[in-house]
Design a protein around this ligand. Sequence first.
Ligand code: FES
Length: 107
Amino acid sequence: MPNITFIEPSGDERVVDVPVGWSLMQAATSKGVEGIDAECGGSCACATCHCYLEGELAALVPAPAQGEISMLDSVAAERRPNSRLSCQIKMTPALEGLVVRLPETQT
Ligand code: FES
């Protein structure tokens, strides 16, 4: 099962096995990773699953759909070029080793 490294707001790193097809948000919340609220449960309606994709593997993540781009306007922390909503990114084998940094705040 491929894994993802989440960097929590504190700077702690958590390596989490993620089933293919799960969202990064599902993986993080199911493993108790700090830094994601996911108030809407993954329906791209809250922007509290904001994350920053880091490293070369980020280029392998499909581009955001229009709904995600719009919702990124509502993130609480600084929006950066590598900002994404973790509920909209599905795990694939190619993303093994992806690094995902979580922001200081989601609200
Ligand atoms: S969980 Fe609400 S937008 Fe991702």
